[in-house]
Write a protein that binds this ligand. Sequence first.
Ligand code: AHR
Length: 521
Amino acid sequence: MIKAKMILDYDYRIGKVDNRLFGSFIEQWGRAIYGGIYEPGHKLSDNEGFRKDVIELVKNLKVPIVRYPGGNMLSGYNWEDGIGPKEMRPRRLELAWREVETNQFGINEFVQWAKKANTEIMMAVNLGTEGPDSARKLIEYCNHKEGTYYSDLRRSHGFEKPHNIRLWCLGNEMDGPWQICQKSAYEYGRIACETAKVMRAVDPDIELVLCGSSNMKMPTFGGWEAEVLEHAYDLVDYLSIHTYYDNFNNDTPAFLAKSIEMDQFICSVAATCDYVKAKNRCEKTIYLSFDEWNVWYDSNKERKKMKPWQIAPPLYQNTYTLEDALVVGTMLITLLRHADRVKIACLAQLINTIAPIMTESGGISWRQTTYYPFMHASLYGRGTVLSPVIDSPAYSIRYDRTLSWWNMEMGMSDTGIREVPYLEAIAVISDNKDELTIFSVNRDQQNAMQFTCELRGFEEYLVTEHIILENENKKASNTAGNPDNVKPHKNGDAISSGNEINATFPKLSWNVIRMARLSSK
Ligand code: AHR
């Protein structure tokens, strides 16, 4: 048994959690929409074709906001293809994933679905094949009341009231060579700035997200952020940040440590935003929108295997394991730790494609392992994040950040040893202070952890629940045939005595200790 300690002081707080930290993302991609949230004719679908079983699973996650419609597909998408009578909508070649898009589902269907799923929309405008003109038409269609071509067009489609969408992304991953109409930082900065202007002219109350780098390994990372912000700082509110991790190397200790990279990524992007702020003597702070994050097994083999131009092919239906769920847990803890800077985050994605919720067309739906840590964080992680002091034993891994063969040839490597604490943890106190929740992961593959938490400056709290996600087999997963193979139990032994909480965290486990204030009971 290893031992780890945490101190929580009521006066040491990181900041208030923006509920949008528990957002998600649905792209018109693979079976996310067709056969995912939308399946007319399925016995569980409602009269609009939305699967009610899926809506229930989404509602149970209490997802506050969902990004839509992409993703890579966004950069070739014409939103006007997806409105109006369904029989008139064109079929198009969707170039990002090389599928056929039938456009039977579009913006209005998404608005209807989002209402039923109790969630808001984070809409994105195409800055690949399209630009400011398409964006201004879209926002007029969605947000303008009436009396103009596009607002009246929406009304003629049966939506009398504006959709009133508040949060908008200016394109998607525009630095990526895979992106349809990739741009340089100068090209993107300029078009994003001009698009922001016309969108704000239509609706000044919107919030805008500017594209940061697609990930930290992009050769232009850092410089990209600084340059695009130079162009658009005054017109935007957030900068996007994306990352995916995998365990292709089957190196579990290194995989479980990935959230440390995520932490560094957030710090670097925040520092770059503040560099532009200082340089331009700005008052305003740019916040971060971590609008794509997850574990993703993205293999070229799978890409090549896929026959192009299918409708809703079963792309990237990753089956997640217990260890994937633990990495998702550490990523959630990292996001919470940066709640003062990261205001929006989207688990990418929500249904079928790299998702916590899976469906069979014509069949059942089920929860992947990753569903559970996300659900716990979303349900119990709202309030104010406390700044913990953690004392944990650690293990060492080798890291290698050398980005190119040229750097290696020149002997310029960034490799070394990284210390990884076995305990990753954070705590959140609810707004009314009635509930205090600790989220934690024990990264140790061999040993259980004896955990102690000292509470300072709190009134007395009693443990109400100690939830654990664990499995003897770190590769265990949930499938259509065995949908409840990995699921949390509430048999944890956490106990409070005075101002101390003691618990055992099994090896390789996700733990949620929920406490209630005595005086509130
Ligand atoms: O979420 C899957 C894909 O990852 C998105 O389409 C794209 O934005 C990113 O590269």
